[in-house]
Design a protein around this ligand. Structure first.
Ligand SMILES: [Zn+2]
Ligand SMILES: [Zn+2]
Length: 270
């Protein structure tokens, strides 16, 4: 075999999206027979095994079931022990922004860079409401960031779903000004995708060349296409994003088999 010079290996950025951990204020508490802390740890264990080298973890909200400082501190401790860069945006359950662990302690649109890729995080949570809204100020900041980073490949993330899931009860809780958000995004051809959580299920839509992707919760799953509230026995999961410098990328969901018993789907509300 002839020796050839090794081509420079192109950097591929590995980002992991986790969402809707719904950690309880006591680690041993369960919901619908599910211990969300244990399932979160099972998901993290799977990520660590499959992806020992990652560039960041993005949490798209509903970090805590009830906003409690001790819950956020436990989460931050897990992440610090993991030693990966981590960014989180609030969900409707994170109803106290004063204690929410924004990575820069600011409730505003902000950009994080990974080589030729830029991730823009938005807060779509509104105090006292289950549905979402991105404030005008943040839409303007988003527009500004997109103008500043026209040469970058962009991912936008928020908690609430800008697309209907065809599930009546979940769609009542969608991002209510999704048209305004989608209009801003549609003006910038470098936006590749919009990531969100909140719907506790995997989904994919496309509009004006932009992919809109949801990701399963690390805890309980909602039954797809259900008219009324219903849980699903689908396993928890996370999203993998493999981003190449030239703008090509791959994204997919991994599901994780849990060490705990099946959830109780007879429960009637969340
Ligand atoms: Zn949730
Ligand atoms: Zn939510």
């Amino acid at each position: 075999m002839t020796q050839t010079s090794t081509p420079a290996v192109e950097k591929v950025w590995t980002l992991i999206q986790i969402t809707d951990t719904h950690l309880m204020d006591q680690p041993e508490l369960t919901f619908a027979n599910m211990n969300p802390e244990q399932s979160f740890l099972d998901v993290v264990k799977d990520i660590k095994q499959r992806f020992p080298q990652i560039d960041a973890v993005i949490h798209t909200g509903d970090l805590a079931q009830v906003a409690a400082e001790s819950t956020y501190q436990r989460y931050l401790q897990f992440m610090q022990d993991w030693q990966v860069p981590h960014y989180q945006i609030p969900g409707n359950h994170d109803d106290n922004l004063a204690i929410f662990p924004f990575h820069n302690n600011k409730n505003e649109a902000h950009a994080i860079h990974f080589g030729s890729w830029t991730l823009i995080l938005l807060n779509s949570a509104v105090k006292g409401r289950v549905d979402g809204w991105v404030e005008q100020k943040q839409l303007e900041q988003l527009e500004q960031l997109l103008l500043e980073h026209q040469q970058q490949h962009v991912i936008v993330a928020c908690h609430h779903h800008p697309f209907a899931m065809q599930s009546h009860w979940i769609d009542q809780h969608r991002l209510k000004n999704s048209e305004a958000l989608k209009d801003v995004i549609a003006r910038h051809s470098n936006v590749k995708m919009v990531l969100f959580g909140h719907v506790h299920q995997d989904s994919e839509n496309e509009w004006q060349g932009v992919r809109y992707l949801s990701t399963p919760s690390t805890s309980v799953q909602f039954k797809p296409l259900s008219e009324n509230f219903a849980l699903d026995q689908a396993q928890p999961g996370y999203r993998v994003l493999l981003l190449k410098e030239n703008g090509e990328y791959e994204t997919y969901i991994n599901r994780v088999r849990l060490t705990q018993p099946k959830i109780n789907t007879e429960i009637s509300g969340y």
